[in-house]
Design a protein around this ligand. Structure first.
Ligand code: PLP
Length: 360
């Protein structure tokens, strides 16, 4: 009964009826005054959600498009970069950098553990670190349910002077990411997560310092050249045809978020995270990753004595609830419960009750 399918995965996330209805409208011309008015409001509200006065650019593409744009606009061939990896998406940063022939140095942590900020401090204070152009990390590592200590790591990046390039795909909208207060330079995220709309939009916020780097960056780019996006955004438009109906959706979703308010929005995710972890523990299932660095978006569980895939399959078949599996080396070993975006206490209670019944 797919109509009743409950998405408890870390993206795509459930979409409110009001947002679906906004999306179902006929498209309008993207060079019209009506579209520009909506686009202006969406950009303004996105800046509110991102807690920034930096440029906030909207791309037609998924989160990875925003990540790639975050690299190719600010770096040059052979640039030395420091990439933090403790999961699949940190590794993806490494792959994007390698594809553009950057000189990548890694700081790694085991999957399920957070990146150690001290390792960044040491690496950035080393004599050989002066020419590091950017430090690139994932805030909420969706593959493991671990959130990295971005504010502390970013202090070391600022002390060094490199650009910070951050994937906030599953943290933005789920917890506070005060871009201006923390002083983040390039922040990439995607629409199908905390934004409560379907996949298809990527977001990149860009600081003045990053725009300076843009002037000399020489990596090849065309569709994701952010210069034209910036120029057009100043006139409330886009260089190419935007995903108009997704912008309608975002307009409605951001309106709902503004009604909820930032504090309430983050408190809801915090509560969902704590409740999920408490319930999983009470069922005797081992959590994957410690409480201290638990993502507000997704909880990973590593069951013993019962197969993760069997749990997922029963949840799907018997209760119409989709949970996510493990990725790469964690395939078959963990399952992940997504609790970000348009997920309510009632949704979580339903999923937890179903999980309990599945285990019996
Ligand atoms: N980064 C993180 C942390 C993610 O969770 C995801 C998607 O799950 C991505 C990047 C990639 O986003 P997309 O699949 O939208 O390209």
């Amino acid at each position: 009964m797919d109509d009743k399918l409950m998405l408890m995965i870390p993206g795509p996330t459930p979409v409110p009826e009001r947002v679906l209805q906004a999306m179902a409208k006929h498209p309008i011309g993207h060079r019209s005054a009506d579209f520009s008015a909506i686009f202006a409001e969406v950009t303004e509200n996105l800046k509110w959600l991102h807690q920034t006065k930096n440029d906030l650019l909207i791309l037609a593409g998924s989160g990875t498009a925003a990540m790639e744009a975050g690299i190719i606009n600010f770096l040059s061939t052979g640039d030395k970069v420091l990439v933090g990896t403790n999961g699949k998406f940190g590794e993806r940063w490494g792959k994007v950098c390698a594809a553009y022939n950057l000189d990548v140095q890694y700081i790694t942590a085991e999957w399920g553990k957070p990146l150690d900020p001290n390792e960044f401090k040491q690496a950035l204070e080393a004599d050989t670190a002066k020419d590091i152009k950017a430090v690139i990390i994932t805030h909420s590592e969706t593959s493991t349910g671990v959130i990295n200590d971005l504010p502390t790591i970013n202090q070391y990046i600022k002390a060094h002077g490199a650009l910070s390039i951050v994937d906030t795909v599953t943290s933005l909208g789920a917890c506070s990411v005060p871009i201006d207060e923390w002083g983040l330079d390039v922040v990439a995220s995607g629409s199908q997560k905390g934004y409560m709309i379907p996949p298809g939009l990527g977001f990149v916020s860009v600081s003045e310092k990053a725009w300076k780097a843009y002037e000399t960056a020489n990596l090849p780019k065309f569709y994701f050249d952010l210069g034209p996006y910036r120029k057009n955004a100043a006139k409330n438009t886009t260089p190419f045809t935007p995903a108009i109906n997704l912008i309608f959706a975002l307009h409605a979703a951001l309106g709902m978020m503004k009604q909820e308010g930032l504090e309430t929005l983050f408190a809801r995710h915090d509560r969902l995270r704590s409740a999920t972890r408490a319930a999983v523990k009470a069922m005797g299932l081992p959590l994957f990753g410690p409480d201290e660095c638990a993502s507000p978006a997704v909880t990973a569980v590593m069951p013993t004595g019962v197969e993760a895939e069997k749990i997922r399959s029963i949840m799907r078949k018997k209760f119409d609830i989709a949970l996510a599996g493990g990725q790469d080396s964690l395939k078959g070993k963990i399952f992940r419960i997504g609790h970000l975006g348009f997920v309510t206490d009632r949704d979580l209670l339903t999923a937890i009750a179903a999980l309990e019944a599945t285990l019996q």
